[in-house]
Design a protein around this ligand. Structure first.
Ligand SMILES: Cc1cc2nc3c(=O)[nH]c(=O)nc-3n(C[C@H](O)[C@H](O)[C@H](O)COP(=O)(O)O)c2cc1C
Length: 196
């Protein structure tokens, strides 16, 4: 296993015709410029996690088990997360809540940063709703976030940012903060395993 910090970038929107992949492609290019990070892109549209998660203390069976185990392993391997979220009706998508609720220890004592997008709000209400949910699963959320308002105007037809200075600058700051927390919490988890 490499000694790089492992960042799971979670793409939250799953609907047909979604804009999410444009945002994700741009952000993944930004974060992959950081040679000290190992990036795993988890697209929830591809993962296919069922909506019904099992009761506490029980394990999924059959085909569900294979899908769930594969996602679980990827989250467990991560030192930190970036959640790319749109905003629907003043909140974040059900696909993200499903992913969070399926898991627990995989989130513990790890930092979570956000790239949000939408219309007027730029997904900020999604992020504000996600923060207390992540707190409940013992994750810590990063103050500095990327927020893309009227997202359609921020990318050209090739998916390149129309205001690279603004968008790339926000991504850079967020990634630097995330790295700080990822390193600090990775050391802390090794020094003293996080138990609940
Ligand atoms: C059902 C629905 C509700 C939406 N509600 C909001 C909203 O409350 N605030 C906002 O800024 N944008 C809202 N939008 C705009 C979306 O954030 C925007 O379409 C975004 O591209 C959605 O992400 P996606 O294309 O990756 O699914 C909404 C879009 C849909 C389809």
């Amino acid at each position: 296993m490499s000694d790089k910090l492992r960042i799971a970038v979670i793409i939250g929107s799953v609907r047909e015709g979604r804009f999410g992949p444009v945002v994700a492609r741009w952000f993944l290019e930004q974060i992959r410029e950081h040679a000290d990070l190992e990036v795993d892109a988890i697209d929830l549209a591809e993962v296919g996690l069922p909506m019904a998660f099992p009761a506490f203390g029980t394990k999924p069976t059959g085909e569900t088990a294979a899908v769930a185990d594969a996602v679980r392993e990827r989250l467990a391997a991560a030192d930190a997360f970036v959640v790319i979220t749109p905003e629907y009706n003043h909140s974040y998508p059900a696909s993200l809540k499903n992913l969070i609720d399926w898991h627990n220890v995989e989130w513990h004592a790890k930092p979570v940063a956000f790239v949000s997008y939408g219309g007027l709000s730029g997904g900020m209400r999604s992020v504000e709703h996600l923060r207390p949910v992540f707190a409940e699963v013992h994750a810590t959320t990063i103050r500095d976030a990327v927020s893309l308002h009227n997202v359609w105007s921020l990318f050209d037809e090739d998916g390149a940012p129309t205001d690279p200075e603004g968008s790339n600058g926000a991504a850079k700051l967020m990634i630097e903060r995330l790295k700080w927390w990822a390193e600090a919490l990775q050391e802390a988890r090794v020094k003293s395993p996080y138990t609940v």
